[in-house]
Design a protein. Structure first.
Length: 256
């Protein structure tokens, strides 16, 4: 067993007395590539925000490399699902990438030459350096996602968390993104929330199904029982890229 990057122990979370997470336990090893899947409203984004320290659990503990999420903030990079970018706001691609350095430089302080070099490096890494002077609102959805990943990487994280990064983008971008994440995974831990299990199956090392409670397979193996518990739907499994993924059978269950 490798070193632990994230330890979630008996975590529960409520919103207006409504249970969102119940007794969630999860151990993410260093340099793992973990996919978290589950139906809409199952608590996936909430779990990411608890790991980030944005939300506090009602009970249970979270450790990131043995520290509290707040103590480990500089070790975490985050790409949110809903970016809320004002497309008319005059901010460049390079400026957005540099925003990841604000936690280290402090507001009102000038970026250093090291900050500028890091922004150049990560924008090249995600294929967006040639767009560095372009206004962020003028980019396509896939291009903006690349820039937001660059912003997360300028934090120089040991763990990168992504929430549905391929929502509303084309299939080619999905493949390119997962290739990039696999490359990044040689150096950092990746935790991704995604419904693209058929595509992800060739990239991930482990998978967790979440629907208020969590079912984790460190081997990346999905079982029919595991998915049925999470989705409350009958499923078939099809091998793809070495890791099975889910296909829902025809059934009468309707999402609530």
């Amino acid at each position: 067993m490798g070193a632990s990057a994230v330890d979630v122990e008996n975590v529960s979370f409520f919103y207006n007395s409504h249970p969102i997470l119940t007794n969630v336990n999860l151990r993410v090893e260093e340099k793992d590539f973990l996919a978290i899947m589950g139906p809409n409203g199952s608590g996936k984004t909430t779990l990411l925000k608890i790991i980030l320290g944005v939300l506090n659990p009602a009970q249970g503990t979270v450790k990131v490399f043995g520290k509290t999420p707040m103590e480990a903030a500089g070790l975490l990079g985050y790409v949110p699902q809903n970016t809320g970018i004002n497309k008319d706001f005059p901010v460049s691609v390079q400026d957005v990438a540099l925003m990841g350095r604000l936690g280290r430089t402090g507001r009102g302080r000038r970026y250093t030459s090291e900050d500028m070099e890091l922004a150049r490096k990560v924008l090249k890494q995600v294929g967006m350096w040639d767009y560095r002077d372009r206004q962020i609102g003028k980019l396509s959805g896939g291009q903006r996602q690349r820039v937001l990943i660059a912003r997360a990487l300028t934090v120089e994280p040991k763990i990168l968390l992504l929430d549905e990064p391929t929502a509303s983008v084309d299939a080619q971008f999905q493949t390119d993104l997962y290739d990039l994440l696999k490359e990044l995974n040689t150096a950092i831990t990746i935790v991704i929330v995604s419904h693209d299990v058929s595509v992800l199956s060739g990239y991930i090392n482990s998978v967790a199904c979440l629907n208020r409670t969590l079912y984790h397979h460190e081997s990346g193996e999905l079982t029919e029982e595991m998915l049925h518990s999470a989705y409350q739907c009958p499923v078939d499994l099809i091998a793809h890229g070495g890791v099975p993924h889910r296909v829902l059978r025809k059934h009468d269950h309707k999402d609530s």
